[in-house]
Design a protein around this ligand. Structure first.
Ligand code: FE2
Length: 253
């Protein structure tokens, strides 16, 4: 199974770099479409748009409609749950009777569980008792397959950049770690939000952060020729070895 992960497109329609953010997103989808072999799925780990506006989602949806592989989106702190739900309702995977953008993707060798880590108080991650129970219910709904968990905020210590922890409290990270470990079937955690590449662990689970697609918002050092080339990740799953993650630079053939 091959997963293409993109994140933090921060689509916007009225800033000086709005066109560049759109271009970064469009070129990334085109690059994924040209992959051989094609990914089975594309996941967007949140901050799809920058202001949570309906017109921004309309633009994002039009760009993602060009993707050949099925796309699954998460909510980031810049997203608006209600507008995201309306925009992506036609895709069929968002659970209707929940306040949260939290769901499982079945029908692949690895199950994907998308979590809603949004807080109403801050840009940091939050995860309440209701969401913990929802996560455990999703994990327990199938008992044979490995699981990759997707989160916008990384639930582990990020050792690059000024901020090490991206959740409101250490207790929330600890609760998430316990929930992930409860079945023994979660094999990897894929996140975004930090705008730069990072690796770490959630307990014994390997965890990664993909850089942001919006090159004008990207952090970290890149050589000059990569300044306007978005970076995304390809996660390939092997039943024996687990996931191997490759960084893909858009437009390098
Ligand atoms: Fe974010």
């Amino acid at each position: 199974m091959i997963i293409a992960q993109i994140s933090d497109t921060h689509l916007v329609l009225d800033t000086p770099d709005a066109d560049q953010r759109i271009r970064d997103f469009v070129l990334t989808v085109a690059d994924i479409n040209a992959l051989d072999p094609s990914p089975d799925v594309i996941v967007h780990t949140g901050d799809i748009v920058h202001n949570g506006r309906q017109d921004e989602y309309a633009k994002a949806l039009a760009i993602l409609a060009k993707a050949r592989a099925p796309v699954y989106v998460l909510a980031g702190n810049k997203d608006d749950r209600a507008n995201l739900r309306v925009a992506f309702a036609g895709c069929g995977y968002l659970v209707r009777d929940s306040d949260f953008v939290q769901y499982a993707v079945e029908h692949y060798p690895v199950r994907l569980i998308a979590l809603d880590t949004l807080s109403s108080r801050s840009n940091k991650g939050e995860f309440c008792a209701e969401r913990i129970q929802g996560l455990i219910d999703l994990i327990d709904a199938e008992t044979t397959k490995p699981i990759a968990v997707l989160t916008h905020h990384p639930p582990f210590e990020v050792t690059v950049g000024p901020e090490r922890f991206h959740f409101e409290t250490a207790e929330i990270i600890s609760l998430l770690r316990q929930a992930f470990q409860h079945s023994g079937r979660v094999v990897a955690v894929f996140s975004g939000h930090v705008h730069r590449a990072a690796e770490g662990h959630v307990g014994s689970l390997p965890a990664t952060v993909v850089p942001c697609i919006a090159t004008t918002l990207r952090k970290g050092e890149y050589p000059a020729h990569m300044k306007r080339r978005p970076v995304y990740y390809i996660h390939r799953f092997d039943p024996v070895w687990g996931f191997a993650t490759e960084a893909r630079i858009v437009g390098t053939g």
